[in-house]
Structures are given as C-alpha cells and as structure tokens.
Write a protein that binds this ligand. Structure first.
Ligand code: MEV
Length: 330
C-alpha cells in the first residue's frame, strides 16, 4: 500500500488565456488530495473509493463487467470525468513501470472541492500517478510526473487543457506557465489568500469551448485574451517586487476581463464584490469559472468574515501558499 498527496491551487492570474499561449501564474495552496493505492495481481480492474467535500463517499469498479453507478450529489459528467482522470493516471503509472496485467484499489481523500476551480482533478491525477508508480517500484522525478499528469488532463479535457494545474500541483509554490514553458517562481512573498466557495461547480470543457467560440466570433474576445496576458506579465513583476497592493489591483482587472469573456457567475461576482467591499487588496474568480471559487488577497480577517456572511458563499477559508508539491505520505 502506498500513499501520496498533492496540493490544489488558485490562479493568481491567467486562467483561460493560458489555453491560447498567454502566461498564467497558479499558486499551490495548503489543501490536498491524498491518494492511497494497493496493487492487485488477481485481476486488472480498478476499484476506486472516494471521499471528499463534494463526493460524499462512493465506490466505483472500473473496467470490469459491472460498472456500478456512483450515487452522489454531483453532475454525472463530473463523476465520469473524475473516473477518467483516475483511470488515465493509473495507465500512466503502469506505462512508467512497464507493466500491464495488474489491478488497483485506489482510495481518495480530498479536502479540495471537485470542479470548483481549485485544481482538484490535477491534484488527484498527480497524487495517483506518484502513489501508483511508487507502488510499482518506480520513483518519478516531479517534472516527469507533471508531464504525465498533463497527458491525462489533456486527454480527458479533449485537448483543451494547459499545463498550469498539473505543473503547479506537482511542483508546489507559485509557478509560471506559458505553453510548454513551465517554471517555479522564486522569492515569492507570503500571499494572504482567502477563498470563497459557492458550493457549485463549473464544467471546464464547456467553459473553455465557450471562450474559444467567443474568440472566433469577436475580435474583442481575442483582444481580451491578449489583455489578460498583459495583466499576467505586470502581475509577475509586481509579485517579484513584493508589491501586493499592485498584485491585488491586477487581480481585480483580471476578474473584469474574465467576466467579459462570459465565464463568471452571479455567485462569483457577489463574492468578489463582498471581498472588495471588505477592503481586500484584490479578488477574482479562480479556475474555469461558471461557479465554484473566488480568491482574494487580504492580510486582515475582514474578507474572511465578510465572505462568511455573504449570501451564496457556502464556505470561506484562508489558504496559505503551499511550497510543497506532490509528496509521499505515511
Ligand atoms: C482550469 O482550471 C483552467 C483553464 O485555464 C483551463 C486550463 O488551463 O487547462 C480554464
């Protein structure tokens, strides 16, 4: 039996635009997916048991004659995607270890809500590949692991995934991703993140397709994606200079442009405004949008408290930057 964990993330800047070659800066946060695997030599099936904030405990057997439908309170496409991610991650580990005829019991415990913009799928994929490959006697370097995790997301998301989520979860800290060029940012100041979660989800594939369609129809949408790239470049400089006031201001601009691209939601806008009115340095949606989470920067308790009293905000929490990426667990 082998266990690994990997962090979720928030986007300080650049989601969606990163799909079209602009840079993005995701940051790992101290909320983790923990995956335990046990190899089975009796059959080749995959048995998955999951417990997280949104999947209230389910078991699915995959690849056998009977595939039990999990009875969970989340949309079926999300559960199917979740299974696709786990199946793909196990295949990557088997490929790395050059074995084929083996089954796995996989247990997932995650405090990252599914499909809410905090990188739950990337964290599960990264932790699963790490645990399963170590279970098979192979130790993968984190960059190789990040690449294998990206192959899984790319396939499940029909070729529309960037490397941002998977690289960030594998490496930890604040990272910069532009196309295939991925690196960790050094000397990043402490980032006082506050997350507001509306209890909902967004369909990443649909939201990414929506932005693509808008870009094809309107020049303004193309320009908006480029403008997000400019915000990211300015944001990176502000981050390196330790100027959090400027980082926050640019987060506000970034949220406005994501709204213009149609990926915000009333609940997300309400939480963003609650954070701004509580004097957060800045606030924006994080991830694909459509529902899920916002991230704000605030050194004080004000935003956290304001979000707790904001109608439509189901959960608010502080989340420190996690400098650890994927790691083995006892
Ligand atoms: C989803 O977490 C972030 C998007 O930019 C898609 C991606 O980068 O794969 C919307």
């Amino acid at each position: 039996m082998t266990t690994s964990s990997a962090p979720g993330k928030v986007y300080l800047f650049g989601e969606h635009a990163v799909v079209y070659g602009e840079p993005a800066v995701p940051c790992a946060i101290e909320r983790r997916a923990r995956v335990t695997v046990e190899a089975r030599h009796t059959d080749e099936r995959l048995r998955v048991q999951a417990n997280d904030l949104t999947l209230d405990g389910f078991t699915v057997t995959w690849g056998g004659e009977t595939e039990d439908r999990p009875d969970v309170d989340v949309p079926t496409p999300l559960v199917e995607a979740a299974m696709g991610y786990i199946d793909g991650a196990i295949e990557q580990a088997k490929d790395a270890a050059e074995v084929s005829d083996i089954g796995f019991d996989v247990t997932i415990e995650s405090d990252i809500p599914l499909g809410a913009g905090l990188g739950s799928s990337a964290a599960v994929v990264v932790a699963t590949i790490d645990a399963a490959s170590r279970e098979l006697g192979v130790d993968l370097d984190s960059e190789v692991l990040a690449d294998r995790a990206y192959q899984v997301e790319h396939e499940v998301q029909d070729g529309e995934a960037s490397r941002a989520d998977t690289f960030c979860s594998a490496m930890g800290g604040a990272v910069r991703v532009q196309g295939d060029d991925c690196r960790r940012l050094r000397d990043v100041p402490n980032l006082p993140f506050v997350v507001g979660y509306d209890g909902g989800t967004g369909d990443t594939g649909e939201l990414v397709a929506g932005v693509r369609a808008l870009k094809e129809e309107y020049e303004f949408a193309d320009d908006t994606v480029e403008a997000i790239g400019d915000i990211v470049r300015n944001g990176e400089a502000a981050l390196e200079a330790g100027n959090l006031e400027e980082v926050g201001r640019l987060m506000d601009f970034n949220h406005g442009l994501l709204s213009a691209l149609g990926v915000s939601a009333r609940s997300l806008d309400t939480m963003v405004w609650a954070a701004r009115e509580a004097d957060a340095l800045g606030a924006k949606l994080t991830g694909a949008g459509g529902g899920g989470c916002i991230v704000a920067l605030d050194r004080t308790e004000q935003t956290h408290t304001a979000l707790e009293y904001t109608p439509g905000c189901e959960e608010a929490f502080r989340a420190d930057l996690d400098t650890d990426g994927v790691r083995p667990e006892e």
